[in-house]
Design a protein. Structure first.
Length: 244
């Protein structure tokens, strides 16, 4: 009986050591985050809100183990080749943008035009995906960023009720299905898949920066920390079940 107990204890120690080794090896793997601030300084807008969200994102990941971060502010000079390399390098791209006249600001649009053109056949997209043999199908399948994900936050003067209540301006159409529909298709064209984003409403007339940042930090924790731990646990359980 004593021998059996000792054998069970030894096996428990070995399995526990193996599990710790797996967890440590996974922890050593880093997630590469590329953050883009599209909060343009223009006209009466100082771009302060999106700059604050941008800085919050960078601080969040800098304070956490297991993440590498690069960032670009469209208000500053940038090298298109380096920006393409940032997209290729990243596992996840995070965009921060206000919405001006129901579109992204022209500074962010110019950044996308310049950088994506630079990335044609060199990291972002190869073609539109169609072939001369059958040009009617497969449009939008020529991206080179498959396996990567992106997230977008947007800020609005419009209150959230403008999108949800019957008879209000946006006809019960969400931000993602309405004003940002083309933005999402742009990222899909490159091959990237979306992560749940977050939208800030009524930031001009009824701003509550502290509450917005608290909500955003909870969102980041949920998407990048809590779900990562859940994925790690599920992966370990699946790995253990396949070995028995």
């Amino acid at each position: 009986m004593i021998y059996i107990i000792l054998i069970v204890i030894d096996l428990t120690v070995i399995l526990s050591s193996q599990l710790r080794s797996k967890i440590n090896s996974i922890k050593m793997e880093t997630t590469k985050i590329f953050v883009i601030n599209g909060g343009q300084v223009f006209g009466h807008s100082g771009g302060r809100f999106n700059k604050t969200v941008f800085d919050t994102t960078r601080q969040f990941f800098n304070d956490k183990e297991g993440f590498e971060i690069r960032s670009t502010d469209v208000n500053e000079d940038y090298d298109p080749k380096q920006e393409v390399e940032n997209y290729v390098w990243a596992d996840i791209v995070i965009y921060h943008t206000p919405i001006w006249w129901f579109q992204v600001p022209h500074g962010l649009k110019k950044y996308i035009d310049v950088v994506f053109t630079e990335g044609h056949q060199s990291g972002i997209y190869h073609s539109d995906g169609r072939s001369s043999q059958n040009p009617a199908i497969n449009y939008g399948t020529g991206g080179m960023l498959h396996g990567k994900k992106y997230m977008v936050t947007s800020s609005w003067n419009a209150p959230k009720e403008a999108f949800t209540l019957p008879g209000e301006f946006f006809n019960e159409t969400s931000v993602d299905d309405g004003a940002l529909f083309g933005f999402h298709r742009m990222n899909a064209f490159t091959g990237m898949k979306p992560l749940p984003g977050l939208h800030f409403h009524d930031v001009e007339k009824n701003a509550n920066i502290a509450a917005d940042l608290e909500r955003y930090t909870k969102h980041l924790n949920n998407i990048f920390i809590n779900k990562a731990h859940e994925h790690l646990l599920n992966s370990n359980l699946q790995s253990e079940s396949t070995t028995h």
